[in-house]
Write a protein that binds this ligand. Structure first.
Ligand code: SAH
Ligand code: SF4
Length: 369
Protein backbone atom coordinates (compact mmCIF):
# COMPACT_ATOMS: atom_id res chain seq x y z
CA UNK A 1 0.00 0.00 0.00
CA UNK A 2 1.62 3.25 -1.12
CA UNK A 3 0.85 5.74 1.59
CA UNK A 4 2.67 8.40 3.49
CA UNK A 5 0.09 8.47 6.28
CA UNK A 6 1.86 7.44 9.48
CA UNK A 7 -1.38 5.98 10.86
CA UNK A 8 -1.22 3.35 8.09
CA UNK A 9 1.92 1.84 9.64
CA UNK A 10 1.96 -0.78 12.36
CA UNK A 11 3.14 1.06 15.50
CA UNK A 12 6.16 -1.26 15.65
CA UNK A 13 7.54 0.13 12.39
CA UNK A 14 7.07 3.82 13.16
CA UNK A 15 10.51 4.11 14.70
CA UNK A 16 12.37 2.65 11.69
CA UNK A 17 10.37 4.91 9.34
CA UNK A 18 11.19 8.06 11.28
CA UNK A 19 14.77 7.24 12.32
CA UNK A 20 16.41 9.09 9.40
CA UNK A 21 14.21 12.15 9.79
CA UNK A 22 13.81 12.53 13.54
CA UNK A 23 16.49 12.80 16.16
CA UNK A 24 17.22 12.51 19.02
CA UNK A 25 15.15 9.37 19.57
CA UNK A 26 13.11 10.77 22.45
CA UNK A 27 11.39 12.90 19.78
CA UNK A 28 10.01 9.68 18.31
CA UNK A 29 8.53 8.82 21.72
CA UNK A 30 6.87 12.25 21.71
CA UNK A 31 5.43 11.67 18.24
CA UNK A 32 4.12 8.27 19.35
CA UNK A 33 2.40 9.91 22.28
CA UNK A 34 0.79 12.56 20.05
CA UNK A 35 -0.42 9.93 17.62
CA UNK A 36 -1.44 6.88 19.60
CA UNK A 37 -2.50 8.48 22.86
CA UNK A 38 -3.83 11.84 21.74
CA UNK A 39 -4.81 10.92 18.19
CA UNK A 40 -3.86 14.21 16.52
CA UNK A 41 -4.33 14.69 12.78
CA UNK A 42 -1.56 17.22 12.09
CA UNK A 43 2.11 17.69 12.89
CA UNK A 44 1.28 21.30 13.69
CA UNK A 45 -0.51 20.09 16.84
CA UNK A 46 2.69 18.51 18.20
CA UNK A 47 3.54 21.60 20.19
CA UNK A 48 6.51 20.16 22.08
CA UNK A 49 8.40 19.47 18.82
CA UNK A 50 10.61 22.17 17.26
CA UNK A 51 8.85 24.10 14.51
CA UNK A 52 11.39 23.02 11.85
CA UNK A 53 10.90 19.37 12.70
CA UNK A 54 7.12 19.75 12.43
CA UNK A 55 7.51 21.41 9.03
CA UNK A 56 9.92 18.75 7.82
CA UNK A 57 7.60 15.93 8.93
CA UNK A 58 4.63 17.62 7.27
CA UNK A 59 6.53 17.84 3.98
CA UNK A 60 7.13 14.09 3.95
CA UNK A 61 4.26 12.46 5.80
CA UNK A 62 0.57 12.84 6.50
CA UNK A 63 -1.60 12.22 9.57
CA UNK A 64 -4.88 12.93 7.76
CA UNK A 65 -8.17 11.43 8.89
CA UNK A 66 -11.42 11.14 6.92
CA UNK A 67 -13.42 14.36 6.92
CA UNK A 68 -16.61 14.37 9.01
CA UNK A 69 -19.27 15.96 6.77
CA UNK A 70 -22.50 15.24 8.64
CA UNK A 71 -23.63 14.42 12.17
CA UNK A 72 -27.19 13.46 13.04
CA UNK A 73 -28.78 15.30 15.98
CA UNK A 74 -28.45 13.15 19.13
CA UNK A 75 -31.15 10.45 19.53
CA UNK A 76 -33.04 10.07 22.83
CA UNK A 77 -30.06 8.29 24.37
CA UNK A 78 -27.54 10.82 23.04
CA UNK A 79 -26.30 8.61 20.18
CA UNK A 80 -25.28 10.30 16.98
CA UNK A 81 -24.28 9.07 13.54
CA UNK A 82 -21.34 10.50 11.65
CA UNK A 83 -20.90 10.58 7.91
CA UNK A 84 -17.27 10.79 6.78
CA UNK A 85 -15.92 11.58 3.34
CA UNK A 86 -12.78 9.73 2.27
CA UNK A 87 -10.08 11.11 -0.02
CA UNK A 88 -11.49 9.34 -3.08
CA UNK A 89 -14.98 10.67 -2.38
CA UNK A 90 -16.37 7.43 -0.84
CA UNK A 91 -18.58 7.90 2.18
CA UNK A 92 -18.62 5.86 5.33
CA UNK A 93 -20.35 6.20 8.64
CA UNK A 94 -19.69 5.69 12.33
CA UNK A 95 -21.83 6.00 15.43
CA UNK A 96 -21.10 7.63 18.77
CA UNK A 97 -23.00 6.04 21.67
CA UNK A 98 -22.62 7.71 25.07
CA UNK A 99 -22.69 5.85 28.36
CA UNK A 100 -26.05 4.15 28.74
CA UNK A 101 -27.09 4.68 32.32
CA UNK A 102 -29.87 2.11 32.56
CA UNK A 103 -27.81 -0.77 31.22
CA UNK A 104 -24.50 0.82 32.29
CA UNK A 105 -23.09 0.10 28.84
CA UNK A 106 -19.96 2.18 28.39
CA UNK A 107 -19.46 4.90 25.87
CA UNK A 108 -18.89 3.18 22.53
CA UNK A 109 -17.85 4.14 19.06
CA UNK A 110 -19.03 1.97 16.18
CA UNK A 111 -16.58 2.03 13.27
CA UNK A 112 -16.72 1.04 9.61
CA UNK A 113 -14.09 -1.23 8.09
CA UNK A 114 -15.02 -1.01 4.39
CA UNK A 115 -16.74 1.59 2.19
CA UNK A 116 -19.51 -0.89 1.36
CA UNK A 117 -19.91 -4.63 1.72
CA UNK A 118 -19.72 -7.45 -0.80
CA UNK A 119 -21.28 -9.99 1.57
CA UNK A 120 -24.75 -8.82 0.55
CA UNK A 121 -26.97 -9.80 3.50
CA UNK A 122 -30.55 -9.12 2.40
CA UNK A 123 -31.55 -7.27 5.63
CA UNK A 124 -28.64 -4.82 5.54
CA UNK A 125 -28.50 -1.43 3.84
CA UNK A 126 -24.73 -1.62 3.39
CA UNK A 127 -25.20 -4.99 1.73
CA UNK A 128 -27.89 -3.49 -0.50
CA UNK A 129 -25.51 -0.87 -1.88
CA UNK A 130 -22.88 -3.52 -2.56
CA UNK A 131 -19.12 -3.79 -2.36
CA UNK A 132 -16.80 -0.93 -1.47
CA UNK A 133 -13.07 -0.76 -1.00
CA UNK A 134 -11.17 -1.71 2.12
CA UNK A 135 -10.54 1.15 4.51
CA UNK A 136 -6.94 1.91 5.34
CA UNK A 137 -5.82 1.78 9.00
CA UNK A 138 -5.74 5.62 9.10
CA UNK A 139 -9.35 5.74 7.86
CA UNK A 140 -10.41 3.30 10.59
CA UNK A 141 -8.60 4.90 13.51
CA UNK A 142 -9.45 8.38 12.16
CA UNK A 143 -13.17 7.71 12.76
CA UNK A 144 -12.38 6.86 16.38
CA UNK A 145 -10.04 9.76 17.14
CA UNK A 146 -12.29 12.33 15.46
CA UNK A 147 -15.38 11.25 17.39
CA UNK A 148 -13.49 10.92 20.65
CA UNK A 149 -12.07 14.43 20.38
CA UNK A 150 -15.47 15.95 19.57
CA UNK A 151 -17.02 14.36 22.66
CA UNK A 152 -14.05 14.74 24.98
CA UNK A 153 -14.46 11.30 26.51
CA UNK A 154 -11.68 9.98 28.68
CA UNK A 155 -9.94 7.45 26.42
CA UNK A 156 -9.91 4.67 29.00
CA UNK A 157 -13.71 4.79 29.31
CA UNK A 158 -14.43 3.80 25.75
CA UNK A 159 -15.42 0.71 23.84
CA UNK A 160 -14.71 0.28 20.16
CA UNK A 161 -16.98 -1.89 18.03
CA UNK A 162 -16.35 -2.74 14.39
CA UNK A 163 -20.03 -3.04 13.55
CA UNK A 164 -20.41 -0.26 11.02
CA UNK A 165 -20.17 -0.66 7.28
CA UNK A 166 -18.26 -3.59 5.89
CA UNK A 167 -16.95 -6.99 6.85
CA UNK A 168 -13.87 -6.39 9.02
CA UNK A 169 -12.46 -9.89 8.57
CA UNK A 170 -12.34 -9.34 4.78
CA UNK A 171 -9.99 -6.41 5.46
CA UNK A 172 -7.88 -8.36 7.90
CA UNK A 173 -4.37 -6.88 7.56
CA UNK A 174 -5.56 -3.27 7.85
CA UNK A 175 -7.89 -4.22 10.70
CA UNK A 176 -4.99 -5.69 12.67
CA UNK A 177 -2.95 -2.48 12.28
CA UNK A 178 -5.97 -0.40 13.38
CA UNK A 179 -6.55 -2.66 16.41
CA UNK A 180 -2.87 -2.39 17.31
CA UNK A 181 -3.01 1.43 17.21
CA UNK A 182 -6.29 1.59 19.14
CA UNK A 183 -4.99 -0.84 21.76
CA UNK A 184 -2.65 1.93 22.95
CA UNK A 185 -5.67 3.64 24.54
CA UNK A 186 -8.44 1.02 24.56
CA UNK A 187 -7.86 -2.39 26.13
CA UNK A 188 -8.27 -5.24 23.57
CA UNK A 189 -11.07 -6.71 25.68
CA UNK A 190 -12.94 -3.41 25.14
CA UNK A 191 -12.75 -3.81 21.37
CA UNK A 192 -15.26 -5.92 19.47
CA UNK A 193 -15.00 -7.12 15.91
CA UNK A 194 -18.31 -8.20 14.39
CA UNK A 195 -18.24 -10.68 11.53
CA UNK A 196 -20.75 -12.35 9.25
CA UNK A 197 -18.80 -15.57 9.82
CA UNK A 198 -15.61 -15.49 7.71
CA UNK A 199 -14.08 -18.71 9.05
CA UNK A 200 -10.40 -18.14 8.08
CA UNK A 201 -10.65 -14.68 9.69
CA UNK A 202 -12.07 -16.12 12.91
CA UNK A 203 -9.20 -18.63 13.07
CA UNK A 204 -6.70 -15.81 12.42
CA UNK A 205 -8.22 -13.53 15.11
CA UNK A 206 -7.76 -16.33 17.66
CA UNK A 207 -4.02 -16.40 16.87
CA UNK A 208 -3.43 -12.68 17.60
CA UNK A 209 -1.34 -11.89 20.67
CA UNK A 210 -4.11 -9.68 22.09
CA UNK A 211 -7.32 -10.71 20.34
CA UNK A 212 -10.36 -8.42 20.44
CA UNK A 213 -13.75 -9.71 21.53
CA UNK A 214 -15.58 -11.39 18.67
CA UNK A 215 -19.23 -10.94 17.73
CA UNK A 216 -20.64 -13.30 15.11
CA UNK A 217 -23.84 -12.53 13.22
CA UNK A 218 -25.72 -15.83 13.40
CA UNK A 219 -29.17 -14.41 12.49
CA UNK A 220 -30.91 -17.73 11.75
CA UNK A 221 -30.97 -21.06 13.55
CA UNK A 222 -30.51 -23.27 10.48
CA UNK A 223 -28.48 -23.44 7.27
CA UNK A 224 -31.48 -22.99 4.97
CA UNK A 225 -32.76 -19.76 6.43
CA UNK A 226 -29.29 -18.38 7.10
CA UNK A 227 -28.41 -18.91 3.46
CA UNK A 228 -31.57 -17.07 2.40
CA UNK A 229 -30.67 -13.89 4.26
CA UNK A 230 -26.86 -14.25 4.42
CA UNK A 231 -25.52 -15.56 1.08
CA UNK A 232 -22.04 -15.97 2.64
CA UNK A 233 -23.48 -19.11 4.29
CA UNK A 234 -23.03 -21.06 1.05
CA UNK A 235 -19.30 -20.37 1.23
CA UNK A 236 -18.97 -20.82 5.00
CA UNK A 237 -21.77 -23.19 6.07
CA UNK A 238 -23.37 -22.79 9.49
CA UNK A 239 -22.07 -26.17 10.74
CA UNK A 240 -18.49 -25.21 9.84
CA UNK A 241 -18.95 -21.79 11.45
CA UNK A 242 -20.09 -23.44 14.69
CA UNK A 243 -17.05 -25.75 14.52
CA UNK A 244 -14.78 -22.68 14.12
CA UNK A 245 -16.40 -21.07 17.18
CA UNK A 246 -15.79 -24.25 19.12
CA UNK A 247 -12.11 -24.12 18.07
CA UNK A 248 -12.03 -20.47 19.16
CA UNK A 249 -12.74 -21.71 22.68
CA UNK A 250 -13.36 -18.18 23.96
CA UNK A 251 -16.39 -16.23 24.96
CA UNK A 252 -18.07 -14.51 22.00
CA UNK A 253 -21.31 -12.68 21.23
CA UNK A 254 -23.82 -14.34 18.91
CA UNK A 255 -25.72 -11.51 17.19
CA UNK A 256 -29.22 -12.31 16.04
CA UNK A 257 -31.29 -9.86 13.99
CA UNK A 258 -34.97 -10.52 14.77
CA UNK A 259 -37.25 -10.46 11.73
CA UNK A 260 -40.99 -10.70 12.46
CA UNK A 261 -42.50 -14.02 11.41
CA UNK A 262 -39.21 -15.24 9.97
CA UNK A 263 -36.75 -16.15 12.73
CA UNK A 264 -38.41 -14.85 15.92
CA UNK A 265 -40.60 -17.69 17.20
CA UNK A 266 -40.00 -19.49 20.52
CA UNK A 267 -39.16 -22.59 18.41
CA UNK A 268 -36.47 -20.56 16.65
CA UNK A 269 -35.11 -19.48 20.04
CA UNK A 270 -34.99 -23.11 21.19
CA UNK A 271 -33.22 -24.10 17.96
CA UNK A 272 -30.72 -21.26 18.45
CA UNK A 273 -30.07 -22.40 22.02
CA UNK A 274 -29.43 -25.92 20.74
CA UNK A 275 -27.10 -24.64 18.02
CA UNK A 276 -25.04 -22.71 20.58
CA UNK A 277 -24.93 -25.50 23.16
CA UNK A 278 -21.38 -26.18 24.30
CA UNK A 279 -20.12 -22.83 22.99
CA UNK A 280 -19.11 -19.89 25.18
CA UNK A 281 -21.78 -17.68 23.64
CA UNK A 282 -23.97 -14.90 24.88
CA UNK A 283 -26.71 -13.76 22.52
CA UNK A 284 -27.33 -10.16 21.51
CA UNK A 285 -30.82 -9.98 20.00
CA UNK A 286 -31.17 -7.02 17.63
CA UNK A 287 -34.72 -6.10 16.55
CA UNK A 288 -34.62 -5.48 12.79
CA UNK A 289 -34.35 -1.85 11.71
CA UNK A 290 -36.49 -1.14 8.65
CA UNK A 291 -35.28 0.96 5.74
CA UNK A 292 -36.93 1.88 2.42
CA UNK A 293 -34.11 0.12 0.55
CA UNK A 294 -34.80 -3.21 2.24
CA UNK A 295 -37.49 -5.77 1.28
CA UNK A 296 -40.87 -4.56 2.62
CA UNK A 297 -41.70 -8.00 4.06
CA UNK A 298 -38.94 -7.53 6.61
CA UNK A 299 -40.44 -6.12 9.80
CA UNK A 300 -39.35 -5.59 13.35
CA UNK A 301 -41.18 -8.01 15.69
CA UNK A 302 -43.68 -6.63 18.22
CA UNK A 303 -42.31 -6.24 21.76
CA UNK A 304 -44.28 -9.31 22.95
CA UNK A 305 -42.63 -11.52 20.33
CA UNK A 306 -39.19 -10.19 21.26
CA UNK A 307 -39.92 -10.96 24.94
CA UNK A 308 -41.08 -14.51 24.14
CA UNK A 309 -37.95 -15.12 22.06
CA UNK A 310 -35.69 -13.86 24.84
CA UNK A 311 -37.56 -15.80 27.56
CA UNK A 312 -37.19 -19.02 25.61
CA UNK A 313 -33.45 -18.47 25.28
CA UNK A 314 -33.18 -17.80 29.00
CA UNK A 315 -35.21 -20.92 29.83
CA UNK A 316 -32.76 -22.86 27.69
CA UNK A 317 -29.85 -21.56 29.72
CA UNK A 318 -28.60 -18.95 27.23
CA UNK A 319 -27.43 -15.52 28.38
CA UNK A 320 -29.05 -12.83 26.28
CA UNK A 321 -29.24 -9.05 25.93
CA UNK A 322 -31.63 -7.13 23.70
CA UNK A 323 -30.62 -3.97 21.94
CA UNK A 324 -33.63 -1.76 22.65
CA UNK A 325 -32.23 1.74 22.93
CA UNK A 326 -32.86 3.68 19.75
CA UNK A 327 -29.35 4.92 19.16
CA UNK A 328 -27.81 1.54 19.70
CA UNK A 329 -30.31 0.04 17.30
CA UNK A 330 -29.40 2.64 14.70
CA UNK A 331 -25.83 1.57 15.11
CA UNK A 332 -26.76 -1.96 14.19
CA UNK A 333 -28.46 -0.95 11.00
CA UNK A 334 -25.22 -0.03 9.37
CA UNK A 335 -25.32 2.05 6.23
CA UNK A 336 -28.60 3.85 6.81
CA UNK A 337 -27.29 7.39 6.90
CA UNK A 338 -25.34 6.82 3.73
CA UNK A 339 -28.40 5.13 2.31
CA UNK A 340 -30.42 8.31 2.58
CA UNK A 341 -27.95 10.51 0.77
CA UNK A 342 -27.23 8.26 -2.18
CA UNK A 343 -29.14 7.01 -5.16
CA UNK A 344 -29.51 3.24 -4.91
CA UNK A 345 -27.38 1.49 -7.51
CA UNK A 346 -28.52 -2.05 -6.96
CA UNK A 347 -32.28 -1.82 -6.93
CA UNK A 348 -32.64 -3.85 -10.14
CA UNK A 349 -30.17 -6.44 -9.03
CA UNK A 350 -31.87 -6.84 -5.66
CA UNK A 351 -35.35 -7.11 -7.17
CA UNK A 352 -34.11 -9.88 -9.43
CA UNK A 353 -32.99 -11.98 -6.48
CA UNK A 354 -34.89 -15.08 -5.51
CA UNK A 355 -36.77 -14.29 -2.32
CA UNK A 356 -36.87 -16.79 0.52
CA UNK A 357 -39.65 -19.40 0.38
CA UNK A 358 -41.30 -18.01 3.51
CA UNK A 359 -41.72 -14.66 1.87
CA UNK A 360 -44.01 -16.15 -0.70
CA UNK A 361 -46.51 -16.80 2.08
CA UNK A 362 -46.20 -13.31 3.44
CA UNK A 363 -49.27 -11.18 2.65
CA UNK A 364 -46.97 -8.21 2.15
CA UNK A 365 -45.31 -10.08 -0.65
CA UNK A 366 -47.42 -8.27 -3.25
CA UNK A 367 -46.02 -4.93 -2.18
CA UNK A 368 -42.54 -5.95 -3.21
CA UNK A 369 -40.79 -3.78 -5.77
N1 SAH B 1 -20.24 -7.18 8.65
C1 SAH B 1 -20.25 -7.40 10.04
C2 SAH B 1 -20.30 -6.12 10.85
C3 SAH B 1 -21.23 -5.04 10.37
S1 SAH B 1 -22.96 -5.42 10.49
C4 SAH B 1 -21.38 -8.33 10.43
O1 SAH B 1 -22.22 -8.63 9.59
O2 SAH B 1 -21.39 -8.78 11.58
C5 SAH B 1 -23.23 -5.26 12.24
C6 SAH B 1 -24.50 -5.91 12.73
O3 SAH B 1 -25.64 -5.20 12.22
C7 SAH B 1 -24.66 -7.36 12.29
O4 SAH B 1 -24.97 -8.17 13.41
C8 SAH B 1 -25.86 -7.31 11.37
O5 SAH B 1 -26.56 -8.53 11.40
C9 SAH B 1 -26.65 -6.13 11.92
N2 SAH B 1 -27.59 -5.52 10.97
C10 SAH B 1 -27.39 -5.23 9.68
N3 SAH B 1 -28.49 -4.67 9.13
C11 SAH B 1 -29.42 -4.59 10.12
C12 SAH B 1 -30.77 -4.11 10.19
N4 SAH B 1 -31.37 -3.60 9.13
N5 SAH B 1 -31.41 -4.18 11.38
C13 SAH B 1 -30.79 -4.69 12.47
N6 SAH B 1 -29.53 -5.16 12.46
C14 SAH B 1 -28.85 -5.12 11.31
FE1 SF4 C 1 -21.94 -6.82 5.19
FE2 SF4 C 1 -22.43 -7.15 7.83
FE3 SF4 C 1 -24.19 -5.85 6.26
FE4 SF4 C 1 -23.88 -8.48 5.98
S1 SF4 C 1 -24.65 -7.42 7.80
S2 SF4 C 1 -23.98 -7.00 4.30
S3 SF4 C 1 -21.70 -8.71 6.35
S4 SF4 C 1 -22.11 -5.20 6.72
Amino acid sequence: MATNNLYDLPPASLESTLRDVVSPSFRIRQIEEWMYVRGVDSFESMTNLPKELRASLASQFSLAFPEPIERTPPANDGSSKYLFKLEDGSRIESVYMPLHERTSERTSVCLSSQAGCAVGCTFCVTGFFGAGRNLTPSEMVGQFFTIRSEHRVAPDLMNVVFMGMGEPLLNFDNLVIALDILSRTVAPKRMTVSTSGIIPGIDAIAKLAHPPHLAVSINAPDQKRRQEIMPITSKYPLGELIAALKRLDREFTAEYVLLAGYNDSPQDAAALAKLLRGLKAKVNAIPFNADPNLPPWMKRPADGAIDRFVDTLVKNGVRVTVRRSKGREIAAACGQLRGKSEVPQRRVHRAARVEPARVERDPLHRERR
